[in-house]
Design a protein around this ligand. Structure first.
Ligand code: PMP
Length: 359
């Protein structure tokens, strides 16, 4: 056998493999997983039934056009069907957007720190990532992002609320930013946590899309709708982009189980959004407690909170794990803690209370 292995693209050498949040209960007492921004509620019985029914025919390929789901989404958002595209989670759709817009020599702008997949999928496309630091308050620096635009810019991600800080950008600043973006640059408003927003100053990306042909909105069923394990996300975009998303889709990427669960979830939206309301209540409880304890925590509009811990990050994460909750450390920066069941949140708050506030 030859010693030579197949030649791989050089760009892959520097690309890290996406790291998922650590599961709960892997050694040690940690029983609550607060590391992946998941919805802690189990599936609704009606949603489970629709998945079970779909499972009876998984010997067949799924409906590649996601017809039923497209109809539901079209009605729910008041957008034409051909302005919609589904994919294997919103991260799958984000990767398709890169394939559709960017390649070697092109530039992709996003804030940093933000969603970990952005640098990975950008570099896989061959394009150059342009990372614009968050402000000292952990918010997108939209002026600096606009200043970073060049002739080579093809796509810009705005993560609103931002993962992992939970911070948001408001209507006026986003509109001002969009006014500065050339028409031939695609702006992707990643709204994975949209349903958790209570700040009325945050615009709904779908309203911006209606007025701006270069805006694309990314949404997911993984968070508020609790379908993370089924992998279904979607984009709302004007026709040329939506058509490109259909071309770049992995054939049959969204399973019939996922499609049926998404349809059933949209039909059970009131109940699911009621759960989101309870999680938002828990978020307030956690934020109030952390602030009363003396922590400086950026205002969050998502289902997680961000503690800037610098060099103490890994230590804090280890103390949490010992106490029974798994959180998400970003070494040298901070920890992101998902708002989960009240019991898990209580454990986290207790650890935070006993932990020194200054390094
Ligand atoms: N965007 C953001 C900002 C996220 O935090 C996540 C999940 N962590 C995603 C997109 C992708 O979610 P999914 O692929 O499950 O839809």
């Amino acid at each position: 056998m030859s010693e030579t292995s197949p030649r791989l693209r050089a760009v892959l050498e520097d690309i890290p493999t996406y790291k998922p949040g650590k599961p709960a209960g892997t050694g040690g007492p940690a029983g609550y997983k607060l590391s992946s921004n998941e919805n802690p509620y189990p599936p609704l019985p009606g949603v489970l039934e629709s998945v079970t029914a779909a499972a009876c025919s998984f010997n067949r390929y799924p409906d590649m056009a996601c017809t039923g789901l497209m109809d539901e989404l079209s009605e729910r958002f008041g957008v034409p069907r051909d302005h919609l595209a589904t994919g294997t989670g919103s991260v799958g759709v984000a990767q398709q957007l890169l394939q559709a817009t960017s390649g070697p020599g092109d530039e992709v702008i996003y804030a940093w720190r933000s969603f970990e997949a952005y640098p990975i999928i950008t570099r896989i496309s061959g394009a150059t990532p342009v990372q614009v630091p968050l402000t000292p308050g952990d918010v997108h620096d939209l002026d600096a992002m606009a200043d970073a635009i060049t002739d080579r810019t093809r796509l810009i991600f705005v993560c609103n609320p931002n993962n992992p800080t939970g911070t948001v950008v408001h209507r006026e600043e986003l509109e001002r930013f969009l006014d500065r973006v050339p028409d031939d640059v695609l702006v992707v408003l990643d709204e994975a946590y949209r349903e958790f927003i209570r700040d009325v100053r945050v615009p709904d990306g779908v309203e911006l899309y209606r007025r701006r042909p270069n805006v694309c909105v990314l949404r997911t069923f993984s968070k508020a709708y609790g379908l993370a394990g089924l992998r279904v996300g979607f984009a709302i975009a004007h026709e040329p982009v939506a058509v490109a998303l259909r071309k770049t889709a992995v054939p049959f990427g969204v399973s019939q189980l996922a499609q049926e669960a998404a349809i059933a979830s949209l039909r059970a939206e009131d109940e699911l959004l009621g759960r989101v309301g309870s999680l938002v209540g828990e978020r307030s409880r956690v934020m109030d407690a952390l602030r009363a304890q003396g922590w400086t925590v950026p205002e969050t509009q998502a289902n997680f909170v961000w503690l800037r811990l610098g060099e103490r990050t890994m230590d804090f994460a280890a103390v949490c794990e010992q106490a029974g909750v798994v959180v998400r450390p970003f070494p040298g920066e901070g920890v992101r803690v998902t708002i989960g069941e009240a019991e898990g949140n209580d454990i986290f708050m207790k650890v935070a209370e006993g932990y020194p506030k200054e390094g």
